[in-house]
Design a protein around this ligand. Structure first.
Ligand code: TYD
Ligand code: MG
Length: 453
């Protein structure tokens, strides 16, 4: 037997090298080159078109298959495309298996044959969970297997419309002698599932675990190979779960699906704004309400701030749900342009409902909540604030203002504070509009501006 040559593959980008290197020459990461013992079997070509054809003569996209869970269908871009590969990533315990079990049940209810493959849990465990959350169906098949060839065999025999593989990291191609979850194993398995999906027209969902750093455990490479990458996110101690598309060859990546984890499985959250709003009879100091966009959906959220005297030479700025750099900037702008003294105060800011918001349209509400807590004065009731705050203290207009205000109005908000440069047509809305130029002006209109120094 000839000695097998070892080679090394970067777990981040998939670059290979004949010798071990401390740093990957392609992506520059340190310590990511891992030993693999055999070249992957030759790549199969999976494209159906092998000679040039006129594009107009090619058939259109096959009709999509509706899963039957509207929040999931929307994130997929209007249902799942037959023959496509969808990767569902998320931290362990977030609810990936639960979501796909419910999807499998909904698909079966809609008349599609579904095969679930699990290498993570025993058949008894899965069946008992399915029974508990009401997801048993005669057209729903389960195979507890980690051997790729047997999975392929089962798929050929059963011919399911949809196949769910939980998880990619546990499947093993027996022709390769490296451990499951390694770069080569995963690449090979994805290629084989891709072939299977394209040949049979089945849609394949692959579950992928994510490490603490937020990357799929294993190569990013897998993300490039699939058609659609979804992430399931949420805080461990909060029941809210957000499903986000980060890549979609068949649709937009701006859509999100919102769920709540309950004792009976995942439940779709329909009136999302109400879910994120802490309603109380009287406004309290340190809170401000904003309208942010999650995908194409406006969400009314509450920003909560607490400003307390600090004993530290560098006072704390702590945020949950918003970027800490963004908070540091908003606080600096408030100090300098809003004339709110904060250099001897610790500032804590959070978002109600456990959501993570990156949108700059939240800036004005963050500034108002911090100023309100610092002055211990509540904002006028029924007010929403929507605007980005620049480093110069100017309040800038943001996109989709009318949609945002319509949502706020629907929930009973009567006043909106926004940029004077915003060209939103607000005349048809039943709201008072306060147009402001800068942070100082906004705080003055809200009755919380007063020079501290
Ligand atoms: P799971 O789908 O197994 O997560 P993943 O596949 O992403 O690892 O979900 C695990 C968690 O969800 C578990 O901690 C318990 C919780 N859970 C509920 O709260 N209610 C339920 O009905 C189910 C099925 C799970
Ligand atoms: Mg799981």
């Amino acid at each position: 037997m000839g000695a097998e040559r070892a080679f090394y593959v970067c777990t981040e980008c998939g670059e290979s090298s004949a010798q071990w290197l401390g740093r990957c020459p392609a992506c520059g990461n340190f310590g990511t080159m891992s030993r693999e013992s055999r070249e992957p079997p030759g790549r199969r070509t999976t494209l159906a078109v092998s000679r040039p054809l006129r594009m107009v003569e090619l058939g259109g996209e096959a009709p999509r298959l509706q899963v039957g869970i509207p929040e999931l269908d929307r994130v997929l871009g209007g249902g799942v495309v037959p023959g496509s590969l969808v990767l569902l990533g998320g931290e362990p315990g977030i609810g990936k298996s639960t979501l796909l079990l419910q999807a499998a049940y909904a698909l079966s209810e809609g008349g599609a044959k579904v095969l679930m493959v699990s290498g993570e849990e025993s058949a008894a465990q899965i069946a008992s969970r399915a029974r508990r959350i009401g997801c048993l169906h005669p057209d729903l098949y389960l195979l507890c297997e980690t051997d790729l060839e047997r999975v392929e065999e089962a798929a050929r025999e059963l011919e399911p419309r949809v196949m769910i593989v939980d998880s990619l990291q546990t499947v093993r191609c027996p022709e390769m002698d490296s451990a499951p979850g390694g770069v080569n194993q995963m690449r090979e398995c994805v290629l084989r599932f891709q072939g299977l999906a394209k040949d049979s027209g089945s849609a394949v969902f692959l579950v992928g675990h994510v490490t603490k750093e937020g990357l799929l455990a294993g190569p990013r490479l897998v993300e490039h190979m699939v058609d659609c990458v979804l992430y399931f996110e949420g805080e461990r101690f909060d029941s809210l779960r957000v499903l986000r598309a980060v890549k979609n060859r068949f649709g937009s990546v701006s859509e999100v699906g919102i769920f709540e984890m309950t004792d009976g499985g995942l439940r779709e959250v329909e009136d999302t704004s109400r879910h994120f709003l802490d309603r109380r009879p009287q406004p309290v100091s340190g809170t401000a309400t904003a309208v942010v966009m999650e995908g194409r959906r406006p969400l009314v959220v509450e920003v909560q701030a607490l400003v307390v005297p600090s004993r530290l030479p560098a006072p704390k700025r702590v945020s949950t749900g918003i970027d800490h750099r963004r908070l540091a900037i908003d606080v600096a702008v408030l100090e300098r342009k809003g004339r709110i003294k904060l250099d001897d105060r610790d500032v804590y800011v959070g978002i109600s409902g456990g959501l993570h918001i990156l949108e700059p349209a939240l800036d004005l509400a963050v500034c108002a909540a911090v100023a309100s807590s610092r002055r211990d004065r509540a904002l006028p009731p029924g007010t929403v604030l929507v605007g980005e705050v620049s480093l110069t203290g100017e309040v800038r207009p943001v996109s989709r203002m009318e949609e945002r205000l319509r949502e706020a109005s629907r929930l009973g908000f009567s006043t909106a504070v926004l940029s004077a440069r915003s060209r939103a047509r607000t005349s048809r809305l039943d709201m008072d509009i306060l147009e402001v130029d800068d942070v100082k002006g906004a705080l003055a209109r809200l009755g919380i501006y007063a020079a501290d120094r």
